[in-house]
Design a protein around this ligand. Structure first.
Ligand SMILES: [Zn+2]
Length: 210
């Protein structure tokens, strides 16, 4: 399968200070919960030992324009860590699917799936949190549970994935469901909501039903 964790966009990264822990408290709390459920992690028996899962929360102004909806996101290659501090999160300040560019700063480089997170924030300004996890149980039962799915031919972290997510928003009830499955990214699940808690609960509910 494709390699998790490889950054496929043109990253304009500047090393900089960490986001204050107060800003990240809820997101990091949910990261602990998801890690404890093995929805985020790193396991030698899964995905050739690559880390998996990444989470974000908007931190910028509510009226920020498309392409600049600033968000905090877990850093690349952090899946193996049982606890994260604010030094494990980056700040994405701009992203453009058309040119495949992401601009970020912080103490760590942003997740390889940053573009997908940005695209979701652009699709609905009300959304404030995006959680990408890996769950064999939810993924395998997505079709029978009516969870919208991106096409199997589309890989994570590509401009095509951005278009696929946009297609789901226009052609399915994904906005109401708050969750979709990545058909071409083994076990890949994305939940999103107006708050981290709501997105996290969507995942735990889907896990319990699967
Ligand atoms: Zn993934």
């Amino acid at each position: 399968m494709e390699e998790e964790g490889v950054i496929k966009f043109d990253l304009r990264f500047t090393a900089g200070p960490a986001i204050p822990m107060d800003t990240l408290a809820e997101l990091n709390n949910w990261r602990n919960i998801l890690w404890q459920h093995a929805l985020i992690g790193q396991d030698t028996r899964r995905y050739d030992g690559h880390g998996f899962g990444n989470i974000s929360q908007r931190i910028g102004a509510a009226d920020a324009p498309v392409g600049n909806r600033e968000f905090a996101i877990s850093g690349t290659q952090t899946g193996h860590l049982d606890q994260l501090s604010n030094h494990h999160y980056a700040r994405v300040t701009a992203y453009h699917a058309d040119t495949n560019q992401v601009t970020a700063d912080g103490p760590v480089m942003p997740s390889s799936e940053s573009m997908t997170h940005g695209v979701i924030y652009d699709l609905d300004n009300e959304l404030r949190a995006v959680l990408h996890v890996h769950s064999p149980d939810i993924w395998k039962t997505a079709a029978v549970r009516g969870i919208p799915m991106t096409r199997a031919s589309v890989e994570y972290g590509t401009p095509e994935m951005s278009h696929e997510v946009a297609r789901l928003f226009s052609q399915t009830a994904v906005r109401e469901q708050g969750i979709f499955s990545m058909g071409g990214h083994k076990d890949g699940i994305v939940a999103f909501a107006t708050s981290v808690e709501e997105a996290g609960n969507t995942l735990l509910t889907a896990l319990a039903r699967s």
